[in-house]
Ligand binder design. Structure first.
Ligand code: F6P
Length: 325
């Protein structure tokens, strides 16, 4: 390969800049050029491309967001859009892609490389949702869960002062990975995720049990945004009806979860995967997502990595229940 087109697409994730840095430096170290494609697939369609040098990678490892900007592209979902993108790559002499992103990004690059197999591509899993097969963790997840526990610890303090029950909604799209892990981390009374059939009756049981065992003064219920049936507000309304004496508040953490300085774990993961992505392209690999499983670099076909309805860790659910007595 001669020239890698590097882009970040979909939602941003803390650690993307660390991955960008790793890709740029590894490519240049190996005599391969790197071009930065701005705003993901949009930049590919609209010819928004700039050369990247070792200097472009200076002083970015500690920054959240992405210096290459990110967006979701409707046009790239069409054959015409993808053909325009291909023409741009040809114009710039780009013969390989490294895509940093989540599900939508990998689906897009999969379709593109199936139509244009002369362009080689490797994806690096970057999403706070941690919902891809082929990596124990995705870049951004660790920072996001640390942001969540910092916020919920603060909520716990005011909940305690006012004897309140808080329902805290966290991100994750249709995955409960953020809610489950942070639920353990903050000592939540209950965690409601899309993957398990958590119903209100079970929640009432748990809350009643908690009151019987000891007089709890604060309660935190973590709800993943994809939880069905019942959003955080609907659960709040149901609890107000069932427990009229409880003082209940709902808190939606929102996009705070996507920002912030990446943790050391995310910086290191991004660096390992960024290096591996470039080395994989040089060795001739294509059509795969690079990941880390049990500390080993692994490669998963695009089509497998986006089958993301992962089984939630049953042990996690058990632990939340037992420890929240
Ligand atoms: O995929 C990351 C994510 O933050 C999800 O957790 C969330 O559902 C979605 O992106 C939000 O997207 P937007 O920034 O477009 O509102």
């Amino acid at each position: 390969i001669k020239k890698i087109g590097l882009f970040t697409s979909g939602s941003d994730a803390p650690g993307m800049n660390a991955a960008i840095r790793a890709v740029i430096r590894t490519a240049i170290f190996n005599g391969v050029e790197v071009a930065g494609i701005l705003r993901g697939f949009e930049g590919m369609i609209n010819d928004d491309i700039q050369p990247l040098t070792t200097k472009s990678a200076s002083n970015i490892i500690q920054r959240g967001g992405t210096i290459l900007k990110a967006s979701r592209s409707e046009e790239f979902k069409t054959v015409e859009g993808r053909n325009k993108a291909y023409a741009t790559l040809q114009k710039h002499g780009i013969d390989a892609l490294i895509a940093l992103g989540g599900n939508g990004t990998i689906k897009g690059v999969k379709e593109f490389t199936e139509e244009h197999p002369d362009i080689k591509a490797i994806a690096v899993p970057c999403t706070i949702d941690n919902d891809l097969r082929g990596s124990d963790f995705t870049v951004g997840y660790d920072t996001a869960i640390n942001t969540v526990i910092e916020a919920v610890d603060k909520i716990r303090e005011t909940a305690e002062s006012h004897d309140r029950l808080f329902i805290v909604e966290v991100m994750g799209a249709d995955s409960g990975m953020i809610a489950l892990r942070t639920g353990i981390g903050v000592g939540a009374e209950s965690v409601m995720v899309p993957e398990t059939k958590s119903n209100l009756e079970a929640l009432y049981d748990r809350l009643d049990r908690g009151v019987k065992l000891r007089d709890k003064t604060s309660r935190i219920i973590m709800v993943a945004e994809g939880h069905e049936p019942g959003s955080a507000f609907q659960i709040g309304d149901a609890l107000k009806e069932r427990y009229p004496s409880y003082d209940i508040r709902v808190s939606i953490l929102g996009h705070i979860q996507r920002g912030g300085k990446p943790t050391c774990m995310d910086r290191v993961l991004a660096s390992l995967l960024g290096v591996a992505a470039v080395e994989a392209l040089i060795k001739g690999r294509t059509g795969e997502m690079v990941g880390l499983i049990h500390n080993d670099i692994t490669f998963t076909q695009f089509s497998q990595s986006v089958k993301h309805h992962l089984d939630v860790n049953a042990e996690f659910t058990r632990i939340v229940e037992m420890l929240s007595l």
